[in-house]
Design a protein around this ligand. Structure first.
Ligand code: AHR
Length: 667
């Protein structure tokens, strides 16, 4: 018997104590895998990702732009900006729309300097500061119009919180009409809380708009680029698909506040700014963000490009003519649904259409002649009730008539059970549905207790997309719900149930993806970041391990003698798959009990194993363990080898652990 690499498990979590496992009797526990009886194919999309601009996920997050409200379009148009008027200077800043540079974003800032003193101007605070790195270059650009005063340079400076200049450049101001001015500066220090200062040294009236400071180093060094560390973490998940743009943000609190993809392509300066629905959503819980707007710098072209970079299938979710049912619930009258449906048809054309089509041409003009290969589309986010289904049907009819090959995602509502869920399924069964989007945010116990949920689903029915889920250890909406190991372990248990049912469940995505440590509205989240750093939570590592060790065919598994909880539900979970290309056998084992479990593992249908097993384990002694900026790897995978000679061997799975066993065998 060769025990797996032992972890030290001591402290017990309350949820695990609440449902203690029955003691396992030594030697009685077995896992049998039928290697010669391959089951269902596992879809490459089984493990995907969900992106929404929540928690400063896009503006202040994935978008590498450092200037906040560079367009002066926030409801408080000088939000993010402050006057710089040292002793000896007299100046003021205001906002105007007189002969604007951009019709869609007509506000611009006007700086009036009567006496410049040592330098008079304005300062931008960034998104909770600007993260800059020593030695890296930053591109400054703005639309500028020198309305009055002598031609002169604009001093562009990066400051640290003490006011020390840590980067500077100058751009010439000499035109009385709008021009784009550009400069480049290099940061002389690494600073998470830098600010940007713009100064005049002589009296003048200067109009400024679309003020931008972008790092040179972005994901693939694109000019309107994405933050590379965040994309890397996402890429490391190898997501099979990327759901975008949400989430409730699709719906808006009211219909005018909904997400409209056509406003998110083309020059970034002309993408009309919109209030972010999370700006006010949780203000009553102290989690509002008055400075949260959508600049759409991460728009639909960037999204499709990102999918291409990641090798992920795009899954856009579009508004179905309904605003969020948790807010106004505003519905477009059925007779006025046409523009909404048209938006969906035209998005498909934008993604896939030839250069001869209107929207295909637009994609080519934007620099991407090759189609993006869109095969799925979600109609509505988290909708429910008769209003939804009457709208969904109209969308489905129109989309199927034009694009029969595109699979449609239909919502089953916000919860995995209850009246709305039952009504949704009744409707879904009556009509034709391709993929059903189920959502579940719940206590970890729910996930531990529901791993057999999909065993009973109709094998001839639509495919299931577990489109949003996460375990919330202290309850949903409770700010004390952190990204604990206990929550991640429960998600891992649940994922074994999804994978076992891969003939029915073809997609899943944890939600939300990103959260800024100083500006979040919702937690837990998969990846946390500040202005310079980022880390994956225990849930992130669970997602990554399942995704990287997916396999492509389910192998039947039977277990005997494994621990169960007092409520009769398992607390030890196993799924197995085969990776056809390598011939590898992959076992995923979740031990959610507080004791080690020793089992006999028997691989039926193979003669011998070739070489040692690769053992990847994730665990922590304390289910309350978390990763953090200071300690990002408290819960992180560890890889070792296990010497196994025959197709039956003994293994010990440590308490509170996820183990991936990768084996190679021969008949
Ligand atoms: O993931 C956070 C929110 O949860 C999503 O925006 C919404 O769809 C769900 O209610």
């Amino acid at each position: 018997m060769t025990p797996l690499r032992p972890f030290l498990f001591a402290a017990l979590g309350s949820f695990l104590l609440a449902t203690p496992a029955r003691a396992q009797r030594p030697g009685q526990c077995t896992i049998e895998v039928q290697v010669d009886q391959p089951g269902a194919a596992i879809a490459p999309t089984l493990y995907g990702a969900f992106f929404e601009d929540i928690n400063f996920g896009a503006d202040g997050g994935l978008s590498a732009e450092l200037v906040k409200n560079g367009s002066f379009e926030f409801f408080d148009p000088i939000s993010g900006w402050s006057k710089v008027e040292p002793a000896g200077a007299v100046g003021g800043i205001g906002v105007s729309t007189e002969q604007p540079r951009y019709a869609n974003n007509p506000n611009f800032g006007r700086l009036t300097v009567q006496a410049a003193g040592p330098g008079c101007g304005l300062r931008n605070a960034g998104y909770r500061g600007m993260g800059v790195r020593q030695g890296e270059r930053y591109f400054f650009s703005a639309a500028a119009r020198l309305v009055a005063g002598a031609p002169q340079p604009l001093r562009v400076e990066l400051l640290d919180p003490q006011g020390k200049v840590i980067g500077e450049t100058r751009v010439a101001l000499d035109r009385p009409h709008w021009v784009t001015v550009e400069g480049c500066l290099t940061a002389s220090a690494t600073e998470p809380k830098a600010t940007l200062r713009l100064l005049l040294d002589q009296p003048a009236t200067l109009d400024l708009d679309a003020v931008s400071l972008m790092p040179e180093h972005t994901w693939k060094n694109r000019r309107n680029g994405l933050r590379p560390d965040l994309v890397q973490l996402l890429a490391d998940l190898k997501p099979g698909f990327l759901r975008f743009p949400g989430g409730c943000i699709v719906e808006g609190r009211t219909l005018p506040g909904r997400y409209q993809w056509k406003n998110t392509i083309g020059p970034v300066e002309e993408r009309r700014l919109l209030i972010n629905r999370w700006n006010v959503e949780f203000a009553d819980r102290g989690r509002g963000a008055h400075d949260y707007f959508q600049s759409f710098r991460v728009g639909f072209l960037e999204y499709f490009q990102l999918c291409e970079d990641l090798g992920a299938a795009p899954l856009p979710i579009l508004n179905c003519g309904m605003a969020c049912q948790y807010n106004s619930g505003e519905c477009a009258p059925l007779g006025e649904l046409e523009p909404f449906i048209q938006d969906a048809l035209e998005l498909i054309e934008f993604a896939n259409g030839p250069a001869t089509s209107d929207w295909g041409r637009r994609r080519c003009e934007l620099g991407h002649p090759a189609p993006f290969g869109l095969t799925m589309l979600g109609v509505g986010n988290e909708q429910w009730g008769p209003q939804y289904f009457e709208r969904y049907q109209r969308f489905a009819q129109a989309i199927r008539a034009r694009y029969p090959q595109v699979k449609l995602v239909v919502s089953a509502g916000p919860s995995p059970d209850g009246a709305q869920f039952a009504h949704a399924w009744e409707q879904i069964r009556r009509g034709r549905a391709d993929i059903v989007d189920e959502h579940c945010y719940a206590l970890p116990e729910w996930f531990l207790d529901n791993t057999h949920r999909f065993d009973a689903y109709d094998r001839q029915g639509p495919k299931i997309f577990m489109g949003e889920y996460a375990a919330h250890p202290k309850g949903v909406g409770n700010a004390a719900s952190h990204n604990t190991w206990g929550a991640a372990l429960a998600e891992a248990a649940y994922l074994t149930g999804l994978e076992r049912n891969a003939d029915v469940v073809t997609m899943s995505s944890y939600a939300p993806l990103f959260a800024h440590a100083e500006a979040w509205q919702w937690r837990p989240d998969l990846i946390w970041f500040d202005n310079l750093h980022s880390y994956g939570t225990p849930s992130y590592h669970v997602q990554r391990l399942f995704s990287l060790n997916r396999g492509d065919t389910v192998l039947p598994v039977t277990t005997a003698g494994v621990p169960v909880a007092a409520n009769g539900q398992p607390r030890f979970y196993v799924t197995a798959s085969r990776d056809t290309a390598s011939g590898g056998i992959i076992l995923k084992v979740v031990n959610a009990t507080t004791g080690d479990v020793t089992t006999t593992v028997a691989l039926r249908g193979i003669g011998r194993l070739t070489g040692p097993a690769q053992v990847i384990q994730l665990g922590a002694a304390d289910p309350a363990a978390e990763n953090s900026f200071d300690q990002p790897a408290v819960v992180a995978p560890q890889t070792t080898e296990l010497a196994v000679s025959g197709p039956a061997f003994s293994a010990t799975f440590p308490a509170l652990s996820l183990t991936i066993l990768r084996l190679q065998g021969k008949r």
